[in-house]
Design a protein around this ligand. Structure first.
Ligand code: GLY
Length: 352
């Protein structure tokens, strides 16, 4: 098992290993005594992993209760949140008890927000079950629900007490392809060696190493800018345009795939604008072939994607903070007037 320390204002550990679900009960005991544990999951993670988690918690003497809601982004709303609060109240969960999020990003985000707000805040543990949630959403303390007007519009920062990444679960949740874009993003941001590993190695047999490296990069950025006012925006590489693609597709293109397209678009623009050598873009596209990731989206025009990206919440006044890449392991924040973004991206788009 590998252990990372996230040095945020309330530090916590991330445990990474291939059979950690069986150890959850023991690991949770190490962060304190909790009379009762409320596990929040969705119907898919409940069916796949619920019984094993229950067994592990009960073995260590914990009293556990479970609540699950239908899998998918459409559940990440205030109605489900209200159901979670009602469940916690029915089960008489108090501030000295603990909540566990067992699932992907939707489960982690909504459970984190419930934990942040229930009784003015109670401790929670993340057990992410997908590659994308292990390497991105479970670390960093961002919690949220969606509103009818858009994604993640209601939320707050609330760090987990512990994150347990059982990489063995990834083989069962079949979502490597959707999560690998966030790993590629981390490699582009800060880890050329990880990029080479993805190019040459066998992901399925090096999941522990890959997940650890990706989380280490995110953890370092989060520790430097927990409240997302500066450096943390680097984690948005490919996300502004990716979010545009996601929305234009009416969310039929999953987040991780949209991020892959967004990264390809922005790196193409970086090449066309003289910021990046073309060989890097070629390597990225070869990597995409390896993981069967698309580099373009044909369901909308560039105008449409950019219009939606403009309305993104990462916008500040008339400027947008664009994350640009000058080499593998070297990315930076470029503040750009929205009026210039279209031409900047278009130069790369026409050459695709
Ligand atoms: N997912 C980006 C962040 O945590 O800031």
């Amino acid at each position: 098992m590998k252990t990372l320390e996230i040095a945020s204002s309330r530090p916590y550990k991330v445990l990474i290993g291939s059979d950690l679900l069986a150890e959850v009960g023991t690991q949770i005991k190490k962060i304190g005594e909790h009379e009762k544990i409320a596990v929040i999951c969705d119907d898919v993670t409940a069916a796949l992993f619920g019984a094993r988690l229950k067994e592990s918690l009960e073995k260590s003497g914990a009293v556990a209760c479970f609540f699950s809601f239908p899998n998918g982004e459409t559940s990440k709303n205030i109605t489900t949140l209200q159901q979670i609060y009602s469940f916690l109240l029915r089960e008489e969960i108090t501030r000295s008890d603990l909540i566990i999020a067992l699932g992907g990003g939707v489960v982690g985000d909504i459970t984190g927000f419930a934990a942040a707000t229930y009784l003015r805040g109670i401790d929670y543990v993340q057990i992410p079950t997908t590659l994308i949630s292990q390497t991105d959403s479970s670390v960093g303390g961002k919690t949220a629900v969606n509103l009818p007007e858009g994604k993640n519009l209601c939320g707050c920062f609330h760090s987990p007490r512990l994150v347990i990444c059982d990489t063995g679960l990834l083989k069962e949740s079949f979502l490597i392809r959707e999560g690998i874009a966030e790993v590629i993003k981390c490699a582009l941001l800060a880890d050329p060696e990880l990029f080479s590993m993805l190019e040459n190695g066998e992901v399925a047999t090096s999941l522990d190493e890959i997940v650890t490296r990706a989380i280490a990069i995110k953890g370092k950025i989060v520790a430097a800018d927990e409240w997302d006012v500066g450096e943390r925006q680097l984690l948005n590489l490919g996300h502004t345009l990716g979010h545009g693609v996601e929305k234009c597709s009416n969310f039929t293109v999953p987040h991780g795939i949209a991020v892959a397209i967004g990264m390809s678009m922005i790196l193409s623009a970086c090449v066309a604008n003289g910021l990046l050598d073309e060989s890097v873009l070629k390597r990225l596209h070869l990597l995409y072939k390896r993981f069967d990731l698309p580099s373009t989206y044909d369901g909308a025009t560039l105008e449409e994607i950019i219009r939606v990206a403009f309305s993104d919440k990462k916008r500040f006044g008339g400027d947008i903070n664009l994350i640009v890449c000058s080499d593998i392991g070297a990315c930076s924040i470029k503040k750009m007037p929205i009026s210039q973004l279209d031409a900047f991206v278009r130069r790369g788009w026409s050459g695709r």
